[in-house]
Every structure is written in C-alpha cells, then in structure tokens.
Design a protein around this ligand. Structure first.
Ligand SMILES: [Zn+2]
Length: 56
C-alpha cells in the first residue's frame, strides 16, 4: 500500500510502497532522492485512494 513519508532532512514528501504495516513506527529509514542518501522519514500516513487513480 502507498504511504506518504517526509524526509526529516529536506522536508521532501515522497511515496513509499511497502507490503508490511509501518503504521506502528514513527519514522522509517529510507533513501531520499533529494538528499541522495538514506535519511529518517516521518510516516505521515496512508495515501488516500483518490490521490493515486492508477493504483490497482
Ligand atoms: Zn531528503
């Protein structure tokens, strides 16, 4: 499912598709395309379905 995450270092909001539940954690260590390195990202929540019409 698509999650909305926000880089703690540059503030970029990105989508993350993971098959497991990450809602129990506050942050996730993930590669940021803007920082070009792994950073801590705040997990903002699920992406609303109407924001991604292409999802199956
Ligand atoms: Zn970043």
């Amino acid at each position: 499912m698509p999650w909305k995450i926000k880089c703690n270092e540059c503030g970029t909001i990105a989508m993350l598709n993971v098959s497991f539940d990450i809602s129990k954690q506050k942050t996730i260590y993930y590669y940021c395309k803007v920082c070009k390195k792994n950073t801590f990202n705040d997990i903002l929540g699920y992406l609303e379905l109407d924001e991604e019409p292409n999802s199956v």
